[in-house]
Design a protein around this ligand. Structure first.
Ligand SMILES: Cc1ncc(COP(=O)(O)O)c(C=O)c1O
Length: 368
């Protein structure tokens, strides 16, 4: 018998070497109690949460919690069905209405996670004979969406407009093309030059999808993301987002003005062949999204915090992902995984939780 697990040996070895240094496993932290969006009890001690994606602190919002409890009482704990069978409740429709209003777009489709939204939309709209052109630093869900579909995949250097343009020019002019970008890239916390990238994409006849997972609620005058901040929202064909960050629950979505968008509800497998979100989740999401429409104070406050943290870390001599703060992700570049894990553990012992050091071993292998 060939042990199918032997392919994991290098990773098992890497993990064992790391743990042999005596460092705590950074991927095994338990939040024993969550006190607020910014404080939890970890290893029995009060810990400040610096490394979550709870950008707008909506997880403990009174209205959000009340909406969830009410839906739980009135509609039960789950739908037990796909969106196209018995799994579309009033709450799913209300959630999609809230998204349409939030983005001022014609169509919105709610998925069970943001991962599934990328998986479904990319694999469904880019088919055989088409091309997906993506930034090499794209999130794993974007790579997996490509792997699931039948299109040709073309990657270009991170945030490099010229590289994107060159790749586009090499493709057959008549072929269907989908350029996939992110507003904020979570590895470095940098934003994409969407304006220029969308211009070259449109000149090449490509459709554009922007994943605004880390910018929704925070970036742009109305929190619609980097495309809004750069004045190009109308040129984006599909926006992908998640409820697991600023919205403060779980779920994913795609919004669009494409006139044929609704057909996706019948042909997009990660939408059709999975159970829909529980009523309490869509109720919390809809309430949170509506509140985020009026979240300018929170946005200003988060910008202030991002700037303070960025400056403080830079003044201490750390190497950061960006010269200036571009988003709410302030990435500290550590020389190697071991030092990163040691720093993570030392901070935790001081009562500060930062996001785990990440293992980076090639495109598409990123953690969130
Ligand atoms: C850019 C990006 N897209 C999609 C996702 C997936 O979102 P979800 O947590 O809803 O599956 C993430 C999650 O980290 C992300 O960072």
């Amino acid at each position: 018998m060939t042990d199918l697990f032997s392919k994991f040996d290098p990773l098992i070895q890497q993990r064992e070497t790391l743990l042999a240094t005596g460092v705590t496993d950074p991927y095994n932290l338990v939040m024993e109690k969550v006190v607020s969006p910014t404080v939890a009890i970890c290893n029995g001690r009060e810990t400040i949460l610096l490394g979550t994606y709870n950008y707008m602190g909506m997880t403990f919002d009174e209205d959000v919690i009340a909406a969830g409890k009410d839906a739980l009482d009135k509609f039960g704990s789950g739908t037990t069905g796909s969106r196209v069978l018995n799994g579309t409740y009033q709450g799913h429709k209300e959630c999609e209405e809230a998204l349409k209003e939030f983005y001022a777009m014609d169509h919105a489709m709610v998925f069970s996670t943001g991962y599934q939204a990328n998986l479904g939309i990319i694999s469904t709209i880019a088919g055989k004979g088409d091309y997906v052109i993506l930034d090499i630093d794209s999130h794993a869900s974007i790579y997996d969406g490509c792997a699931m579909g039948n299109a040709e995949i073309v990657a270009f250097r991170h945030n490099d407009v010229e590289a994107l343009e060159k790749r586009l020019k090499r493709l057959p002019p008549e072929a269907g093309k989908l350029v996939v970008l992110e507003g904020v890239y979570s590895m470095l916390g940098d934003i994409a030059p969407l304006k220029e990238m969308i211009r070259v994409s449109k000149e090449a006849g490509a459709m554009v999808l922007v994943d605004e997972a880390h910018s929704m609620g925070f970036i742009g005058e109305n929190g619609r993301g980097v495309a809004e901040a750069q004045g190009v929202l109308d040129d984006v064909d599909f926006i992908i987002g998640t409820f697991s960050k600023s919205v403060g629950t779980v779920g994913g979505f795609c919004v669009s003005n494409h006139p044929k968008f609704e057909i996706l509800r019948l042909v997009c497998r990660p939408y059709v062949f999975t159970a829909s979100l529980p009523p309490s989740v869509v109720a919390t999401a809809a309430t949170s999204i509506r509140k985020l429409m009026h979240g300018s104070n929170k946005r200003a406050h988060l910008w202030e915090n991002s700037k303070i943290l960025h400056k403080g870390l830079r003044d201490l001599g750390f190497t950061l992902g960006t010269d200036e703060p571009q988003s709410a992700i302030i990435a500290v570049i550590m020389p190697d995984l071991e030092k990163g894990a040691m720093m993570w553990e030392a901070l935790l012992e001081e009562g500060l939780y930062g996001a785990c050091p990440r293992v980076q071993s090639g495109p598409g292998s990123r953690r969130t």
